[in-house]
Design a protein around this ligand. Structure first.
Ligand code: FE
Ligand code: FE
Length: 187
């Protein structure tokens, strides 16, 4: 029956998302810890609480679909998280690294937005209205998180620019100091 295979697809996608959310529950505390900007740190902590709720909602979805709550490794989320972790390792804590963190987090949110949009529409097609509603609630929260990150990026990017300007000034000061020291040695 074609409806049956479409439902199988929905269940498969839900398993993938369940695993993706659980991976994020582990990754978000590390991202919050790495964030230098307080607003960004708080946003990651807040999204961690939301993400736990997303996993709980998916458990309700499994129940409604009469399936056992079980994840299936989501390699895409694994890759997105790994790439973000590499960024954390490559740089020292700074506004520039915060800007990089936001980039990683927004890639993750966009992945979730795509996935939740897909499963919401699948559930609607299958007449699983309650499931569709639950998925849409999460979809909305992922979208809000993405927008919030964009607005935090505006101030973090400015901070990063200022950091860069300070570094340049410090560099110039160092040069002057060196030049002075050099001319003293010559005296
Ligand atoms: Fe989520
Ligand atoms: Fe999310």
């Amino acid at each position: 029956m074609s409806n049956e295979s479409l439902k199988e697809l929905l269940v498969d996608e839900i398993k993938d998302l369940y695993n993706a959310e659980n991976q994020l529950i582990k990754a978000l505390p590390k991202m919050a810890k790495a964030a230098k900007n307080e607003e960004l740190k708080a946003a990651f902590q807040e999204h961690l609480e939301q993400t736990k709720e997303h996993a709980t909602r998916l458990e309700k979805v499994f129940e409604l679909l009469e399936e056992t709550a079980k994840g299936k490794v989501c390699p895409a989320m694994k890759g997105l998280i790994e790439e973000g972790a590499e960024g954390i390792e490559e740089r020292d804590a700074s506004a520039v690294r915060d800007a990089q963190l936001i980039g990683s987090a927004q890639r993750i949110e966009h992945y979730e937005i795509a996935a939740y949009g897909t499963v919401r529409t699948l559930a609607e097609t299958l007449g699983e209205d309650e499931v569709a509603e639950l998925l849409e609630e999460t979809l909305d929260e992922e979208g809000e998180t993405d927008k919030k990150l964009t607005s935090i990026a505006e101030s973090v990017n400015e901070e990063a620019l200022e950091e860069g300007a300070e570094d340049e000034e410090e560099g110039e000061e160092d040069e002057k100091e060196k030049a002075k020291a050099g001319s003293k040695e010559e005296d």
